[in-house]
Ligand binder design. Structure first.
Ligand code: WQD
Length: 338
């Protein structure tokens, strides 16, 4: 079966391509290389021995999207990662985010709606919950007003898919609400490419550990949590990638009970920033140079998943601990600095 993975050379996309190939799927990747590199294909081949088909183009070019589906009429499923994902950048450039994240989703859904039957996995985010009132967060927690245009594109994306599924019964979709992806494939052949100054915690930790960054700033030590720092649900990217394959197989096998379903994808365990730092120090044997500074605007205090639905309905559960995920991140950091 042939699966289209948009953004398949990106961080989560490339790990998902590896898991798809390991399960025998044929993979076609579309990526515009705006936040990735063609060299990632070598890493995928090093792990699976299978070279995915790769087409480089921008999904904002509607005619190219239409032409792609004419040439690949036997697509059994689409996993749609392609999107801009920097929260801060989205605040400065909202139209870039609405055009890229929403426009390309609409073009994708227009093609899928014309197919006999279509299976679609959407990359969503726990950011749709904002600061949820209750921890752990279930899928029935209310979607709150987005804190950023990036977060809004995830909320709008889910609504666009839901409304489309209502009028296109042949379209089966699952939105996966990611918590905080981290780490890298244990082979260290693929991982999160260090492009620019890392906005996310874990790459900043490993780059500080590697001496690329002088010191980690911990954004806020006065939150109402056990150690005053924010709590998140850090999930190993390989566990997250596997969730996409399980979700896709659910749709292909017709096990879905509605044609639009939503699942939280996290570990179910919350870890504070200081606990993430302690995890790094354990797995690396190095002391991390950090300083607690002011809070970062827009940060929420806590977010970690109730994974009951993913565990019982989807039949997926995260396997890696924080230390295992942090070790994979550190191994990757050391590999790319060689
Ligand atoms: C985690 C914690 C920071 C950097 C965002 C998006 C989410 C997804 C993941 C794309 C927070 C603290 C961070 C640093 C720090 N993005 N931190 N020093 O903000 O939970 O989620 O990235 O899909 O949609 O919202 O992740 O890694 O930026 O921050 O103290 O240098 O680490 O304050 O508490 P976040 P993050």
């Amino acid at each position: 079966m042939k699966i289209l993975v948009t953004g398949g050379l990106g961080f989560i996309g490339s790990h998902t391509v590896v898991e798809l190939q390991s399960k025998g799927f044929e993979v076609v990747i579309i990526d515009d290389l705006s936040n990735s590199s063609e060299k990632v294909i070598d890493g995928i081949v090093a792990i699976t021995g299978i070279k995915p088909t790769f087409e480089k183009f921008d999904l904002k070019e509607k005619t190219k999207v239409q032409d792609f589906f004419k040439r690949h009429s036997n697509i059994s499923g689409v996993i749609h990662f392609a999107a801009s994902k920097a929260v801060g950048e989205s605040v400065e450039k909202p139209l870039l985010y609405y055009e890229n994240n929403i426009g390309t989703l609409v073009y994708m859904l227009q093609e899928l709606s014309a197919m006999q039957s279509a299976n679609f996995i959407f990359s969503s985010s726990c950011t749709v919950y904002g600061q949820a009132d209750k921890m752990p967060i279930t899928e029935s927690a209310p979607v709150k007003e987005a804190e950023s245009p990036y977060g809004n594109t995830k909320q709008m994306g889910e609504e666009i898919i839901r409304d489309t599924c209502k009028v296109v019964p042949a379209l089966n979709a699952i939105a996966l609400r990611y918590f905080n992806p981290m780490g890298a494939h244990p082979s260290t052949e693929i991982g999160e490419l260090p492009i620019g100054v890392p906005q996310n915690l874990v790459p900043f930790i490993t780059q500080t550990g590697a001496g690329i960054r002088e010191q980690l700033s911990v954004f806020g030590g006065d939150y109402p949590t056990q150690d005053g720092t924010c709590i998140r649900d850090y999930i190993h990217v390989v566990d997250l990638a596997k969730a996409h394959v399980v979700a896709l197989e659910r749709l292909i096998s017709g096990k879905n009970t509605e044609n639009y379903e939503v699942f939280n994808v996290g570990t179910g365990t919350g870890s504070s920033v200081l606990e993430a730092i302690q995890s790094f120090e354990r797995v690396s044997g190095k002391k991390l140079n950090y300083k607690i500074v002011d809070r970062r605007a827009g940060d929420i205090t806590a977010a970690y998943a109730d994974t009951t639905k993913a565990n019982t309905v989807l039949g997926w559960k995260a396997e890696s601990t924080l230390d295992e995920a942090m070790k994979s991140a550190w191994d990757w950091e050391q590999k790319i600095r060689k």
